[in-house]
Ligand binder design. Structure first.
Ligand SMILES: NC(=O)c1ccc[n+]([C@@H]2O[C@H](COP(=O)([O-])OP(=O)(O)OC[C@H]3O[C@@H](n4cnc5c(N)ncnc54)[C@H](O)[C@@H]3O)[C@@H](O)[C@H]2O)c1
Length: 260
């Protein structure tokens, strides 16, 4: 894709899973890629593999270091790092961590990126949200709530800055075969596994969404129908999800399933 050749790209949480697949794909398109992850060894391994630059550390604090590593400019920022911790009885710490990584790391990155992007009239923000940001995820209260927050923030960014050259994409997949999905235990098996895709297929969907300049990227297209049904018939939708919740409780004997 012409827009990505020589583009300076940052991917957070790129030491594995979806982030690593995105980093590989951007590099294959000719971009210069900063690979961020809390896990320094994992970030370095992916960077070495793709000829990128590892910038380990927290996703909330990566823009300055990544900009320096890329020679002063960032063209594309992928806010991908996310956590899936906490069930129905999540602690305050789990709620705060989910809010911090799943929402505030996006807010903090955008706050640092926007002055430069608005001045030059271009910039691209790719938020890895989740279908849980449009729908919900059984057994995972902090994840469902904070992913709604991440979606709302991406939407707000897009409608506020679209006429000033800022492009925003909200990527909302269902299951993707990564460590996070495996950690979701029986809930993941029940809800995500049947239609799960590989991280590389998700990267394909992101590339197609960028090429088409689409805000909402749905690697599982059927999510559009669920989203519409939820809005049109909330009682029916909650009844259906409650049946799924009951199935989860039946299989695991627990409200939150057997997440690891
Ligand atoms: N796997 C799925 O089924 C699925 C579905 C929908 C959305 N998502 C979203 O996709 C994104 C990537 O998930 P994944 O499945 O690849 O997960 P993963 O757990 O396999 O990988 C996430 C990576 O992010 C890193 N990370 C976590 N917190 C970080 C932080 N604060 N700063 C920097 N790095 C951090 C981890 O070390 C890990 O390498 C997440 O935002 C997740 O919510 C995943």
């Amino acid at each position: 894709m012409e827009t990505l050749r020589d583009a300076r790209v940052v991917v957070t949480g790129a030491g594995g899973g979806i982030g690593a697949a995105l980093a590989r794909r951007f590099a294959a398109e000719g971009a210069r890629v900063v690979v961020n992850d809390l896990n320094a060894g994992a970030a370095q391994a992916v960077a070495d593999e793709i000829g990128g630059i590892a910038v380990p550390g927290d996703a909330s604090d990566v823009v300055g270091k990544a900009r320096d590593a890329l020679g002063g400019t960032i063209d594309v920022f992928c806010a991908n790092a996310g956590v899936g911790t906490g069930g129905p009885d999540a602690t305050d710490e789990e709620w705060e961590r989910s809010w911090d990584v799943n929402v505030m790391s996006h807010v903090r990155a955008a706050r640092e990126l926007l002055p430069e992007w608005l001045e030059r009239g271009s910039g691209r923000f790719v938020a890895t949200v989740s279908a849980a940001g449009l729908l919900t995820m059984v057994g995972a209260a902090p994840y469902s709530v904070t992913k709604h927050g991440a979606y709302a923030y991406a939407e707000w960014l897009s409608l506020t800055y679209r006429h000033r050259g800022i492009r925003v994409h909200a990527v909302c997949p269902q299951g993707v075969r990564t460590d996070m999905m495996r950690a979701a235990g029986t809930a993941g098996e029940l809800v995500l596994a049947p239609t799960a895709i590989e991280p590389e297929e998700l990267a394909d969907a992101v590339m197609a969404g960028i090429a088409a300049e689409q805000f909402l990227i749905l690697p599982h297209p059927e999510v559009a129908g669920y989203y519409a049904a939820r809005a049109a018939e909330p009682e029916r939708w909650i009844d259906g999800m409650n049946r799924l919740q009951q199935k989860l409780e039946h299989l695991t004997g627990s409200e939150g399933g057997d997440r690891t």
